[in-house]
Design a protein around this ligand. Structure first.
Ligand SMILES: Nc1ncnc2c1ncn2[C@@H]1O[C@H](COP(=O)(O)OP(=O)(O)O)[C@@H](O)[C@H]1O
Ligand SMILES: [Mg+2]
Length: 257
């Protein structure tokens, strides 16, 4: 299912995008950004800086107050919203699975909406569960409450990939997991996304995760992108906020005497 990638082609473009609610202060302030095919663009920033709002402007859960967000060169406001959502996989913290659907039903959701034949859906569900390291025989008929947090996130990723969308939007998908589970899912996802050739926009407040997964890191502050760099340049940046993040990596392990 890997896709032909052309790094010259912008998949998502923000043109002077601002967003405010009911004439209030700008939550997103004159944002400009181009994300090319095959990139993993990480939006890094503190809680409240506008990361989730930026993602929601891409799949048109929100529309810009001014400026335009283009997906595959077409403004989100000109897309048929259903078609747009089916071209974008969306993974959120706590996976956002439907609690009354089994694992298989959750993963099958978009293929069913696209009226795939039942055998093709079943094959796809098995393939996707295997891809994220879950044995279909054990997990397909379970309900989300019968899974661990890490397993739920795996199902969330499988569901987002099921209809093979070119673009994945991920909003702190591993944020609620314990550190060991998070580290192993991060590693697996890093491997998976390069193998599948997806374009990913990934939100985090964790600089370690940003450096591990990002081909570029957009550092956000108060609704603006204040720094946009590849990881190797990000770690050398003199930007104060970037340095504050990098400081958190240096914290030495201090043991009581
Ligand atoms: N529906 C809303 N009504 C009012 N303010 C909102 C709404 N959604 C988000 N905000 C505000 O916009 C800012 C950015 O929010 P958000 O994009 O969720 O930030 P992040 O994901 O970086 O934590 C925050 O100050 C938040 O309080
Ligand atoms: Mg958020």
């Amino acid at each position: 299912m890997s896709q032909k990638l052309n790094p010259q082609i912008p998949l998502v473009e923000f043109r002077d995008v601002s967003f405010a609610i009911n004439g209030g202060a700008s939550i997103i302030d004159q944002l400009n950004l181009i994300v090319s095919q095959g990139e993993t663009l990480v939006l890094l920033g503190e809680s409240g800086c506008g990361k989730t709002t930026t993602l929601r402007l891409i799949n048109r859960l929100l529309s810009p107050t001014s400026g335009a967000v283009l997906v595959e060169s077409r403004s989100t406001t000109e897309w048929d919203v259903i078609a747009l959502r089916r071209r974008t996989g969306y993974v959120i913290q706590e996976a956002g699975l439907f609690p009354h659907f089994t694992v298989a039903e959750n993963v099958a959701l978009v293929p069913m909406l696209e009226h795939w034949e039942k055998p093709r859906v079943d094959d796809r569900v098995r393939e996707m569960l295997a891809l994220v390291g879950l044995d279909a025989a054990r997990f397909a008929d379970r309900y989300p409450r019968e899974l661990s947090g890490g397993q739920r996130q795996r199902v969330g990723v499988a569901r987002a990939l099921a209809a093979d969308p070119p673009l994945l939007l991920m909003d702190e998908p591993f944020g609620a997991l314990d550190p060991l589970t998070r580290a192993s899912l991060q590693k697996e996802f890093a491997e998976l996304k390069s193998r599948l050739g997806k374009t990913v926009i990934f939100v985090t407040h964790d600089v370690r995760e940003a450096l591990l997964l990002g081909t570029r890191i957009a550092l956000m502050d108060k609704g603006k992108i204040v720094l946009l760099e590849r990881p190797e340049s990000f770690v050398k940046s003199s930007n104060k906020l970037a340095q504050a993040y990098l400081e958190t990596l240096k914290t030495d392990l201090v043991l009581a005497p």
